[in-house]
Design a protein. Structure first.
Length: 267
């Protein structure tokens, strides 16, 4: 391919080591800096769209992380795009204004309406596929989106626990447990019963501080059993104030990439 060919879309996500969910990988996706001229071959999918810069990763030209998020938002189903977008935004510290600029540059491209919906859901503080899918579920039920990754503190500032989601004003904490209830902190080789007991003690302490805790598992997500419980919890807690408080957890350091300028192609 041309030396100006840029690895893009899900192939860029693979190069970055991004978490992916139900994403087709049978073809290498690339973009060339031109309007139109896309084509699909047996092993490659070539996109033609304006692209004035790219990241350089181990000798490859790759779409910059924010551009990759928007490309995926344009072309993948919503759940797959949000999972990958969360992972990229978290790894590279991508803020909403950067995504807004990329969206503005994508105006008129096929899929732009969906892309705007996806970008509204992106949260770089998400820690797993299940957390990303949980936020999609919450939005689907017409509920306000929670904040992600909060540290719960006692009134005098002592750390109690880190939670996956929280509604500070309502005093509602949410936990995505994974395959089994109370299994979110189960490590390799650890006893399930001991992990469940430890997690139950943790939850009792959170409730003693005045918080309401709503938990769900993969099975709850698949069978859509969370929305009603969460709505009820939010309604109950609006008039009450917990004794404890919540602060946003510190985000990990962002990765950096080297950005290079591209020249336009004339064909």
């Amino acid at each position: 391919m041309s030396e100006q060919t840029v690895v893009s879309h899900q192939s860029a996500a693979v190069v970055y080591g991004t978490t992916l969910w139900r994403t087709p990988l049978e073809r290498v996706c690339v973009t060339r800096n031109r309007r139109g001229g896309g084509r699909v071959r047996a092993l490659t999918k070539v996109h033609g769209s304006p692209l004035d810069s790219a990241a350089e990763v181990e000798g490859l030209l790759v779409t910059a992380p924010a551009r990759t998020i928007v490309d995926l938002a344009l072309t993948l189903p919503v759940d797959a795009a949000v999972v990958a977008g969360d992972a990229l935004a978290g790894a590279f510290g991508i803020a909403g204004d950067e995504l807004a600029r990329e969206l503005a540059g994508a105006a008129g491209r096929h899929g732009i309406v969906q892309a705007r919906r996806v970008v509204e859901l992106i949260d770089g503080r998400s820690q797993s596929i299940g957390e990303s899918l949980s936020r999609i579920m919450i939005r689907r039920h017409g509920l306000p989106l929670p904040r992600s990754q909060g540290n719960v503190l006692t009134p005098d500032g002592r750390f109690v626990a880190r939670v996956d989601f929280y509604y500070a004003a309502e005093g509602v904490l949410c936990e995505f447990d994974g395959p089994i209830r109370h299994g979110r902190l189960l490590g390799p080789g650890q006893d399930v019963a001991a992990a469940v007991h430890r997690e139950q003690i943790r939850e009792n302490y959170l409730r003693a501080l005045g918080f309401e805790v709503v938990r769900w598992t993969w099975d709850d997500l698949v069978h859509d059993r969370v929305g009603r419980r969460l709505r009820a919890a939010l309604s109950r807690r609006r008039a009450l104030r917990p004794d404890g408080r919540i602060e946003p957890a510190t985000a990990p350091d962002a990765r950096r990439v080297r950005i290079v300028r591209l020249r336009s192609e004339v064909e």
